[in-house]
Write a protein that binds this ligand. Structure first.
Ligand SMILES: Nc1ncnc2c1ncn2[C@@H]1O[C@H](COP(=O)(O)O)[C@@H](O)[C@H]1OP(=O)(O)O
Ligand SMILES: [Mg+2]
Ligand SMILES: [Mg+2]
Ligand SMILES: [Mg+2]
Length: 365
C-alpha cells in the first residue's frame, strides 16, 4: 500500500505556479506591445498562428522546469526550428529578450518561490532556443513528464479574448498536477468588469484552487453558482462540431457559451458553466478528425476532477494521456461538475449522433 502525504507534489506545485506566472508576464507584455500592431506572428504548417509570445513563454517555463527537475521530460507544443532561420533573426532576438526579462523580474508575492534567474545570470540565445526544444519529448506511458502549452487559444490571444498558459505534470499516464494561468479572465465571476487575471491550481487528492495572477488569496473550487446553465464550447467553429453541440444543448435546455482555450475548464471548475463539451469537427472525404494533444486537456482535466467533477470522452471512457503527444482517436470531451448531468450529456450526444447519421444518409445519393 502506498501512503501519499497531503503535501505530495508541493515543490512541483510551487515551481509550476512560478513558471506559469512568469510566462504570463511574457504574454501580457507581448499583447500590450506587439500584438496590437500585428507584428511577430508566424503561421505554422497547419496554418495555426504562433507568436513571439508562444515561443518566449515556452522558453520561460522550460528553463524553470529544467532548473528544478533536470531529469523530467517535457512535452511542449512549440519547437525552435523556425527561430533558427536567418530570416527570423529579429523574432529570435525578441523571444530571447522577452524570456530573459520575465525570468529576471521580481515576481510580486512570489515569496521564496521565485524560481527565476539572478540579476547576474545570463542565458545565451542558443541556450534559450535549446530550452524551447526541451519540449520535444514524444510522451508515453511510463515516465514523469510535464506538458506545456505556452499560449493555449492563440486565436483568442490575438483577438484580446480568453487564452491560457497551461502546465501539467503526468506520472505514468496519470495527471497529478495542473496549473493554468488566465490573464484575461475576471477574478470574480460575479463582477465580469472587475479585476482580471487568475491562476488555477489542482493537485491530485488535494482539491482545486484559484489565486489571482498577482499571487493573492486562494479560493477553493467550485465557489460560484451561475443562474443560467451553460455549455462551454470553442469560440472557433473549426475546432468543434457546432450543430451537434447545438442539438445536445437544446435537448438539455442549456445555453451555449463560446470561449477560447482551457479557460473553459477553469470556468466550469469554479461553477460558471454546467458542461464543457468538445466534439470533433466534421471532416470530408478520407480526412481524419483532428487528433487532440495532451497539453490541451491534461491541466483542465485535473482541475475539473479536483473540483469534484467528471471528465471523459463523449462515450464515457477515460481520457488517455499515455499514448504520446496526441490523445489517439478523437471521440470528443465531456466534463461536468454535477455527476448526474454527465450521464445525461453522454446519452444526449448518442441521440444527436443518430440524428446526424440519419440526416447524412438522406443527403448521400
Ligand atoms: N482543427 C482543430 N480542432 C480542434 N482543436 C484545434 C484545432 N486546431 C488547433 N486546435 C487547438 O485547439 C485549442 C483551442 O481550442 P479552443 O477552440 O477550445 O479554444 C488550441 O490548443 C488549439 O491550438 P493552440 O494551442 O495552438 O491555440
Ligand atoms: Mg498553437
Ligand atoms: Mg498553444
Ligand atoms: Mg492549445
Amino acid at each position: 500500500m502506498s501512503i501519499v502525504s497531503s503535501d505530495a507534489f508541493s515543490v512541483e506545485k510551487h515551481v509550476a505556479v512560478a513558471a506559469v506566472r512568469r510566462a504570463c508576464l511574457v504574454t501580457c507584455t507581448v499583447f500590450n506591445q506587439l500584438v496590437r500592431d500585428r507584428t511577430d506572428t508566424l503561421s505554422k504548417e497547419d496554418e495555426s498562428p504562433v507568436t513571439v509570445g508562444d515561443y518566449a513563454a515556452q522558453a520561460v517555463i522550460n528553463t524553470i522546469l529544467k532548473k528544478a527537475f533536470p531529469k523530467d521530460h517535457i512535452v511542449g507544443e512549440e519547437g525552435a526550428d523556425a527561430l533558427r532561420e536567418e530570416s527570423n533573426t529579429r523574432l529570435k532576438e525578441r523571444v530571447v529578450a522577452l524570456a530573459t526579462n520575465a525570468l529576471k523580474e521580481d515576481l510580486i508575492n512570489g515569496g521564496e518561490s521565485q524560481w527565476g534567474l539572478g540579476a547576474q545570470d545570463e542565458l545565451s540565445s542558443a541556450a534559450m532556443l535549446n530550452a524551447i526544444d526541451e519540449g520535444n519529448d514524444t510522451g508515453g506511458s511510463n515516465k514523469r513528464m510535464w506538458t506545456v502549452d505556452p499560449i493555449d487559444g492563440t486565436k483568442g490571444f490575438l483577438r484580446g479574448g480568453q487564452y491560457a498558459v497551461c502546465l501539467s505534470l503526468i506520472v505514468n499516464s496519470r495527471v497529478e498536477l495542473g496549473v493554468i494561468g488566465c490573464p484575461n479572465l475576471p477574478t470574480d465571476p460575479a463582477h465580469p468588469g472587475g479585476e482580471k487575471g487568475c491562476v488555477f491550481i489542482a493537485v491530485r487528492g488535494q482539491g482545486a484552487h484559484q489565486i489571482t495572477l498577482s499571487g493573492n488569496g486562494a479560493v477553493k473550487l467550485p465557489y460560484f453558482h451561475s443562474e443560467k446553465s451553460y455549455v462551454l464550447q470553442s469560440e472557433e467553429a473549426k475546432h468543434t462540431n457546432v450543430p451537434l453541440i447545438r442539438r445536445v444543448s437544446e435537448e438539455l435546455h442549456l445555453s451555449e457559451w463560446g470561449m477560447d482555450s482551457q479557460a473553459k475548464y477553469c470556468c466550469l471548475a469554479r461553477g460558471e458553466g454546467a458542461v464543457y463539451l468538445r466534439m470533433p469537427a466534421p471532416t470530408t472525404g478520407d480526412k481524419k478528425p483532428y487528433e487532440e494533444r495532451i497539453w490541451d486537456h491534461a491541466p483542465g482535466s485535473i482541475l475539473v476532477e479536483e473540483a469534484g467533477g467528471k471528465i471523459t470522452n463523449s462515450e464515457g471512457a477515460p481520457l488517455q494521456f499515455g499514448l504520446g503527444r496526441g490523445m489517439g482517436e478523437n471521440r470528443g470531451f465531456v466534463a461536468t461538475i454535477d455527476e448526474g448531468l454527465h450521464g445525461r450529456v453522454v446519452s444526449a450526444i448518442k441521440r444527436a449522433q443518430l440524428v446526424e447519421d440519419a440526416t447524412e444518409a438522406k443527403s448521400t445519393p
